[in-house]
Design a protein around this ligand. Structure first.
Ligand code: ADP
Ligand code: MG
Length: 442
């Protein structure tokens, strides 16, 4: 999906294009159309996922019509800190360059005079920290009864900083018929209460929580040469104290070959991949659950919905191309409050994919961790890539719509596979919080 599909004006699309963004992020994709329709919205996505543009872009188009009046801002964005307020105002300047919108920044620590002057002229967008806004309001320098669009940004940080009572008071001063948007990385109960009280039948948009939100999963990355992966894995399985492990590969053939190889090395191993029929998959899965086998080699098709209590390890034999696959994969461990370990083998060529994962989770995965045979980079460069890996198309899980990350050439001829086992997971990125992640949400 492109920005052009979101229903934004041409001027705005031009400004977005000039800012160098290719595609909207998941939260932008989900939020923008609803905001343009005038709906209230709760947007939940971790830091760094582009929440700002998710509200700034539609706001610019909404405010593009109509005029401001003295002392009566048409919209209000509440930010927990000056720095964030400033960043949001920069976003407005950048995206709003082809619109004529007036904006005022109301933050502490700067002279109030200029801010008041701007307000007196009338502003379309007021970006404020709660304290300064309350202050000016108390002095009668500002009226909020024409403010028909309210954004409560970074709500969880507002909570941490003790601003929720201020926010409540501010909310109650705005007209009832307004549109309200609330963004947050998490939704603890006080924010849920705030939303229930001040939002009107909001659409709730949630982007899968970062893996790092699950503090029960210890994540590690081991740098390996492509041709050493199997050896490193076997060493790891010998070295690690694991109860059981699910090992994920990107391709069906890798699953098959790896399972065979591990069996030869006398591991109690089974496999689940897309070429197996449903009955066989369930049978393998049952063997794993019962403890008859302690290692399950699996493709992504098996990642979703697999629900086993007490999986101690998830090993990514391959780095998944789609970063959210990583979250789904490692979410097989650390469930229901148990501790889990997620280890990923990565070659030099995986660097970009690893970066995408780390960008998504906002977390740098610890390198090393008893890595056998991690080698110098030069050697990795010279390492031959295995030919079959290059040729075979990556196995895809059945759901998919275009996502933020650059897609690989699609295996479009491939017949979609039936979802293998147990529950049907939310198929969409922006759907409700996947159940396995909600454990971590506390
Ligand atoms: P959040 O509020 O969710 O923490 P921000 O809105 O501050 O995140 O955005 C984080 C970063 O992502 C910023 O540097 C922003 O410029 C960038 N960004 C936002 N939208 C996109 C996009 N569609 N494509 C690429 N980068 C983006
Ligand atoms: Mg933000």
């Amino acid at each position: 999906m492109s920005f052009a599909d979101l229903g934004l004006s041409d001027e705005l699309l031009r400004a977005v294009g000039e800012s160098g963004y290719d595609e909207p992020t998941p939260i932008q994709r989900a939020a923008v159309p609803s905001v343009l329709m005038g709906k209230d919205l709760i947007g939940i996505a971790q830091t760094g996922t582009g929440k700002t543009a998710a509200f700034v872009l539609p706001m610019i188009d909404i405010l593009g019509h109509g005029r401001s009046r003295a002392l009566m801002p048409r919209s209000l964005i509440l930010e927990p800190t000056r720095e964030l307020a400033q960043q949001v105002s920069e976003n407005f300047k950048k995206y709003g360059k082809y619109h004529r919108l007036s904006m005022a920044l109301l933050i502490g620590g700067v002279q109030m005079g200029d801010q008041v002057k701007a307000l007196e002229k009338g502003v379309d967008v007021l970006i404020a920290t709660a304290g300064r806004l309350m202050d000016l309001f108390g002095r009668g320098k500002i009226m909020l009864n024409r403010c028909e669009l309210l954004v409560i940004d970074e709500a969880d940080r507002m909570l941490d900083m003790g601003f929720i009572p201020d926010i409540e008071e501010i909310c109650s001063k705005l007209p009832k018929s307004r549109q309200t948007l609330l963004f947050s990385a998490t939704m603890p109960p006080p924010i849920q209460k705030l939303a229930a009280k001040f939002l009107n039948d909001p659409k709730r948009v949630e982007v899968a929580r970062p893996a790092t939100a699950n503090v029960n999963i210890e994540q590690r990355l081991i740098e390996v040469r492509a041709d050493k992966k199997r050896d490193v894995l076997k060493d790891l399985l010998h070295a690690e104290e694991f109860r059981n492990a699910i090992i994920f590969c990107n391709r069906k053939t890798t699953v098959r070959e790896l399972a065979t190889s591990l069996k030869r090395s006398r591991f109690a191993v089974g496999q689940i991949q897309g070429d197996m029929d449903q009955a066989d998959r369930i049978a393998e899965f049952d063997r794993f659950k019962s403890g008859e086998i302690s290692i399950l080699v699996a493709s992504d098709v098996a990642a979703r919905g697999l629900d086993v209590k007490g999986v101690s390890h998830v090993i990514n034999f391959d780095v998944p191309w789609q970063p959210d696959d990583y979250i789904h994969r490692i979410g097989r461990t650390g469930r229901a409050g148990a501790k889990g370990i997620a280890i990923m083998l990565a070659t030099r060529e995986d660097r970009e994919a690893v970066e995408r994962i780390e960008k998504l989770t906002g977390f740098k995965i610890a390198r090393g961790g008893g890595a056998p045979e991690a080698e110098p980079e030069q050697a990795a460069e010279a390492a031959p890539r295995s030919a079959p890996e290059k040729r075979e198309k990556r196995e895809r899980s059945p759901r998919r719509e275009p996502r933020t990350a650059k897609p690989e050439p699609k295996a479009s001829a491939q017949v979609p596979e039936a979802t293998p086992v147990i529950e049907d997971m939310a198929e969409e990125w922006n759907g409700p919080l996947p159940s396995f992640l909600s454990h971590s949400a506390g």
